[in-house]
Design a protein around this ligand. Sequence first.
Ligand SMILES: NC(=O)c1ccc[n+]([C@@H]2O[C@H](COP(=O)([O-])OP(=O)(O)OC[C@H]3O[C@@H](n4cnc5c(N)ncnc54)[C@H](O)[C@@H]3O)[C@@H](O)[C@H]2O)c1
Length: 334
Amino acid sequence: MTEYDVAIIGSGFVGSSLAKYLTNFYSVKTFDVVEQHPSLENQDIEHTILDITDKDTLFQKLGNPRTIIHCAIIQIPKINEDKNLGYNVNVIGTQNICDFVTSSNSTKGVVLISSWHTYGEQNLSGLLQENSGYRPDMVEDRARLYALSKTIQECIIRFFDEKNPEKIFGALKIGTVLGEGMPKGTAANLFIEKSIAGEKLTPYKHSMNRPMLYAAIDDICKASQNFINLILNEKKSPGNSIDHIMNIAYPKPISILDLANIVSETFNEQTNGKIHPEISIVDKGILETGNPSDKDSLELDISKIKTILKLDSLISPQEKIQELVKQKISNSNT
Ligand SMILES: NC(=O)c1ccc[n+]([C@@H]2O[C@H](COP(=O)([O-])OP(=O)(O)OC[C@H]3O[C@@H](n4cnc5c(N)ncnc54)[C@H](O)[C@@H]3O)[C@@H](O)[C@H]2O)c1
């Protein structure tokens, strides 16, 4: 079977965006338990239905990729509704992919798409570095299994990196992603949709001041491209597996309330005041975590992606929101 450059496993929001971008530079194939993502229609990217929990089929169907990007996940809320599925996909599936990389003659490495949620999202301060540790308990109850999953995935990746002297097992710890096609339930998407529908933006009081780290999909695409280059072209040097774990998000956090304000003001500017959504804070009687100044004491260390993956500057949440709002207004006018 012939070799190809990149297998993208889990071709949902992030995976399909990566596929669309990386196909400009590499031979790319997508794999998912469901049909190919609609955004990849007409992109001429081969797609194979594959369930990563089924190790034998995974080994048969992946063929000979030189690198793998692992984006398959069971998300919130499904992970809380079907915990066995969550464990099998997020944990066993990740181990199966790592076993494949270990035994494949063609595969030189894998990049896990990980998350800043491994740091937890409460009581964060100071400079957040890749070796700051894992705090999956410092999240809302509904996010605990997800945060545990991402932590376990990263630990599996790191253990394989340590036990394999030649292949790279790495991860990009990404911020909450801003990009076209973002999951419907995310705050950024909800705020944009509500604005265009003429509704109020309704952040929750209990979580509106918590610092959030955001990443533009464009930057994640570039970082993935350069990570693949590194895997393909550089000889692995002995070291600590943390060397292959890299943060990627805009280094200055913003709160959900900031995000609501950014969306509201961007609509106001871009429509000359025709759309200027009101922000109406919803009090659900839940204890508030965080206060407005929390974001000022936190910064994400992105020196690794600057020095190792050669990304000079990152797109700010403000800039990305401006672009997304512009697209939304233009789509709604056509
Ligand atoms: N979207 C974000 O804001 C964000 C933020 C931080 C980290 N991440 C991480 O990025 C990665 C991708 O997230 P996303 O937002 O694209 O999620 P998504 O839900 O859009 O995509 C995940 C894909 O995995 C597939 N999948 C599920 N079970 C599978 C299985 N058994 N075999 C093969 N594929 C399977 C799903 O069908 C889906 O297409 C995840 O690891 C997620 O934790 C995402």
